[in-house]
Design a protein around this ligand. Sequence first.
Ligand SMILES: CC(C)(COP(=O)(O)OP(=O)(O)OC[C@H]1O[C@@H](n2cnc3c(N)ncnc32)[C@H](O)[C@@H]1OP(=O)(O)O)[C@@H](O)C(=O)NCCC(=O)NCCS
Length: 196
Amino acid sequence: MYAITRPLHITVSLFFYIVAYVMGGQSVVLALMSGGAWIGLVYFCCHEFYAGYVRARLNTDMQDIPGYYLSNPDNCFWVAEAEMNGRPQILGMVAVEGKNDPGSDGKKYGEVYRMIVSSSCRRAGLGKRLANTAEDFCRERGFSKIELSTSSTQKAAVALYFKLGFKLILVHTRSENLQWIVWMTRATILTMEKNI
Ligand SMILES: CC(C)(COP(=O)(O)OP(=O)(O)OC[C@H]1O[C@@H](n2cnc3c(N)ncnc32)[C@H](O)[C@@H]1OP(=O)(O)O)[C@@H](O)C(=O)NCCC(=O)NCCS
């Protein structure tokens, strides 16, 4: 919805509707198909932007959580669980990977990944608790700072990180996806950090 309601995409889809209508002998069907095709392409790019990221993660760290996160003392992975209707349910997760910080005399920093809270229990403080847990771990490991990346469309995450004292340090569009796909989403990638 964010991408489709950007002025650029509204203009391009209107252009396609009008041109197809005029060139196609005032055919409403052709006009709808033409403008719809652009909207479909925008939808495909947005889907690919996020689904491609999930696919890539499922083939890397998320494929072997114990091996990737739990076998290295500088990494960790937390899962928030609660009993709901008598059954244990996973409500959220977050991970930290310790990395070498080239700018701070051999000190390390923690990069936060995989922060998510189940949609059924958002705005109840769990995201904040998970982020604080990750921050406490980074402090215990003696890391100089915490870093993370999110996208401009993840408004809740951006609001959460600002509330927790993170600062925006970089806005860019580099990702594992093809550049034109990222461009079509009209999203940017935000890198944020917090000194600890
Ligand atoms: C981001 C996310 C983890 C937040 O989890 P949460 O449990 O809902 O967050 P909390 O209840 O702890 O919120 C803490 C603060 O963050 C901010 N915040 C959280 N959700 C917000 C929203 N939808 N809109 C505005 N601010 C929001 C608020 O300042 C909130 O404090 P408040 O409730 O006292 O106003 C959750 O929305 C989520 O899983 N989103 C989808 C996945 C995602 O984007 N992950 C981040 C990847 S980098």
